[in-house]
Ligand binder design. Structure first.
Ligand code: GDP
Length: 196
């Protein structure tokens, strides 16, 4: 079933966050991981801007979703870890992201996007440690699965799971390109909200 989606806010600082009240699922990942593409695929929209300047400090984008059964917000956090980001940019990222993740009462889950080809890199582990310290549950969604042949995906996923991912559930392997895992991701999110 198609979801009704609207942009509720584009926030460059915490005073621009909308009033909380609706459960929120945030989406985080390294710059260029394919976050905008996956957000669009999950929402069934073209609202997130794909292929923007990598590393540019962006906003926190709030999308209000009505699935027909429940309402929630998908909250797109700025990407992290672009190699050329300067100190000021990293500081802006961490200020904006911390002000959201540390204080937001309605945040129920973080979807952590990880490139399926690379698995968890050092800065991905750092994000997970930081989320764990703040008692924020996260679910890993792998991106760009189309870059790995279909026959190899299962064993690669098993390897990552064996190496330890900290995810609250078995990660979903997705691709915005060939749309694999998208329906599964949508179903996971909807069920997570229903079960709250
Ligand atoms: P973001 O910076 O994390 O928001 O990533 P974008 O969604 O803007 O994508 C970054 C680049 O990766 C763009 O060139 C996309 O076309 C490409 N990309 C995104 N998702 C996929 C995918 O599932 N498969 C492939 N092959 N490329 C992708």
């Amino acid at each position: 079933m198609s979801w009704k989606v609207s942009v509720e806010a584009t926030a460059f600082n915490s005073s621009q966050f909308p009033l909380s009240g609706v459960p929120e699922i945030a989406v985080a990942g390294r710059s260029n991981v394919g976050k905008s593409t996956l957000v669009n695929a999950i929402l069934g929209s073209k609202l997130a801007h794909v292929g923007g300047t990598p590393g540019k400090t962006r906003s926190v984008n709030f999308y209000l979703v009505d699935t027909g059964t429940i309402s929630f917000r998908l909250v797109d956090l700025p990407g992290y870890g672009y190699a050329k980001s300067g100190k000021a940019e990293r500081k802006a990222w961490s200020q904006l992201t911390s002000s959201y993740v540390e204080n937001r009462a309605s945040l129920v889950l973080v979807c952590h996007l990880v490139d399926f080809r690379h698995g968890l890199l050092a800065n991905d582990r750092a994000l997970q440690d930081w989320l764990s310290e703040r008692r924020r549950p996260f679910m890993v969604l792998f991106t760009k699965a189309d870059k790995i042949s279909k026959g190899k995906r299962r064993s690669l996923l098993n390897q990552y799971v064996k190496d330890g991912l900290g995810s609250i559930d078995v990660p979903i392997v997705t691709s915005g390109e060939d749309r694999s895992g998208i329906d599964e991701a949508r179903a996971f999110i909807e069920n997570f909200i229903i079960k709250l």
